[in-house]
Design a protein around this ligand. Structure first.
Ligand code: KG4
Length: 328
C-alpha cells in the first residue's frame, strides 16, 4: 500500500509518502518564524501550515514520481497538539481522501513517534521500551505490539525538549535551543554546577521544571551582569548532564523491571548524541538501542503514514480511541 501521511501538530508542516516500511519521500518544512518570538505562536503556526501544505504535497508527489491516484490510504495527525495547527492537516487529509474515495485514518501523534523506529529498519522487534523525548512530551512506554502500548511514566511538568528550549532562552540562545545546547556542552564542563534531578513518587515519571528554575536561580545569583561564552558552555553541559541522567536512569529501570532487550529513543531530543552515547554506555550489555535517523526524530509525515498504515491494518482506528481535533 502507498500511504500519504500528514503532520501539522506544532511547527513542522510535513508530508510523507511510504510503501510498507520504506520511505518514498518525507518533506518537512520547519517554521522558522517562531524563533523571533522565542517559542511557537499557535495562530502563526496554523496560518503557516495553511500556506505550505498544498505546495508541500505537490513537491512530495513530484519527488516521489507518483500522482494522487497512486495513493491507497491517507493518514493525518489528529492530536495531541495545537488545535488550530492540527485542524489544518486533519481537514486537508480528510478532504483529500473524500475526493479520491480512499480511506482516511486519524493518527495519534505519540503513536507516530513510538513506531517511527520501524521505518527503514528491519531489525527491531516487539517488545521494546520506548523513551519519547520531544518538545511537547517526555514519556516511557512498554510497547508490546502495534497499538498494544503501556504508558509507564510521563513528565509531570515540562517536556525535556521544552526544558532545553527554556534554558536556551536563559542562556540567550535562539529557539529551538536543544541542538545548540548540545553543541555548546561539547566544550563545557558538565561538573561545573551540580543541578538537581527530581526524586518523584512515580518511579517512571519525570520532572524538569525544578531543574529549569535551578538554572535560572543559579544565573541570577552568580552572573547578574551577563554570561561569558565559557560560562554558557559550562552551564549548558551541567544542565544537559542532569536531563540525560534522569532520562537514562528511568529507561534502565524499565528495561530491568520488564526484562525487555530492545530500547527505542524517539522524538526531537532523541537526536542528542550525548544522550545516545550515555544510553549505550549504561544499558545492560544484552540491550539493543534503536534511534531513528534525525529527520525521523523530528515531527514528520512519514511516521504518521506508518502509524496510520498499522492502525488501518490492525483496525485500531475503528475503535475510535484516537484524539480528534474536534472532541464532542
Ligand atoms: O519532536 P520535535 O521535533 O517536536 C516537538 O515536540 O516540538 O522536537 C523538538 C524538540 C525541541 O524542543 C528541540 O530543542 C529538541 O527537540 N531538540 C534537541 C536536540 N535536537 C532537537 N534537544 C536536545 N538535543 C538535541 N540535539
Amino acid at each position: 500500500m502507498i500511504v500519504l501521511g500528514i503532520e501539522t501538530s506544532c511547527d513542522e508542516t510535513s508530508i510523507g509518502i511510504i510503501q510498507d516500511n520504506k520511505i518514498i519521500v518525507n518533506e518537512i518544512y520547519s517554521q522558522k518564524i517562531h524563533s523571533e518570538f522565542g517559542g511557537v505562536v499557535p495562530e502563526i503556526a496554523s496560518r503557516a501550515h495553511l500556506k505550505k501544505i498544498v505546495p508541500l504535497l505537490n513537491e512530495a508527489l513530484k519527488n516521489a514520481s507518483i500522482t494522487l491516484e497512486d495513493i491507497d490510504l491517507i493518514a493525518a495527525t489528529a492530536g495531541p497538539g495545537l488545535i488550530g495547527a492540527l485542524i489544518v492537516g486533519y481537514c486537508f487529509g480528510n478532504g483529500l481522501s473524500l475526493s479520491l474515495n480512499i480511506p482516511f485514518v486519524p493518527v495519534n501523534h505519540i503513536d507516530g513517534h513510538i513506531y517511527s523506529v520501524f521505518l527503514e529498519n528491519e531489525e527491531l522487534s516487539f517488545p521494546y521500551i520506548a523513551l519519547l523525548v520531544s518538545g511537547g512530551n517526555t514519556s516511557l512506554f512498554l510497547v508490546e505490539d502495534y497499538y498494544k502500548v503501556r504508558e509507564l511514566g510521563n513528565t509531570l511538568d515540562d517536556a525535556a525538549g521544552e526544558a532545553f528550549d527554556k534554558v536556551g532562552k536563559l542562556l540567550g540562545l535562539s529557539y529551538p535551543a536543544g541542538a545548540i545546547i548540545e553543541r555548546l556542552a561539547k566544550d563545557g564542563n558538565h561538573d561545573f554546577v551540580n543541578f538537581p534531578i527530581a526524586e518523584l513518587s512515580g518511579k517512571y515519571d519525570f520532572s524538569f521544571s525544578g531543574l529549569k528554575t535551578a538554572v535560572l536561580r543559579y544565573i541570577q545569583k552568580n552572573f547578574p551582569n551577563g554570561l561569558a561564552e565559557e560560562t554558557k558552555k559550562n552551564i549548558a553541559a551541567s544542565f544537559q548532564k542532569a536531563v540525560i541522567e534522569a532520562l537514562v536512569r528511568k529507561t534502565i529501570l524499565a528495561v530491568k523491571e520488564f526484562g525487555v532487550n530492545n530500547v527505542a529513543v524517539v522524538g526531537g531530543v532523541a537526536s542528542n548524541r550525548t544522550l545516545q552515547a550515555k544510553l549505550l554506555e549504561l544499558l545492560p550489555s544484552t540491550s539493543k538501542l534503536f534511534v531513528p535517523a534525525p529527520q525521523l526524530c523530528t515531527d514528520n509525515g512519514a511516521m504518521i503514514a506508518y502509524a496510520g498504515l498499522k492502525s488501518y491494518q490492525t483496525e485500531h482506528y475503528l475503535l475510535n480511541k484516537i484524539t480528534q481535533p474536534f472532541p464532542n
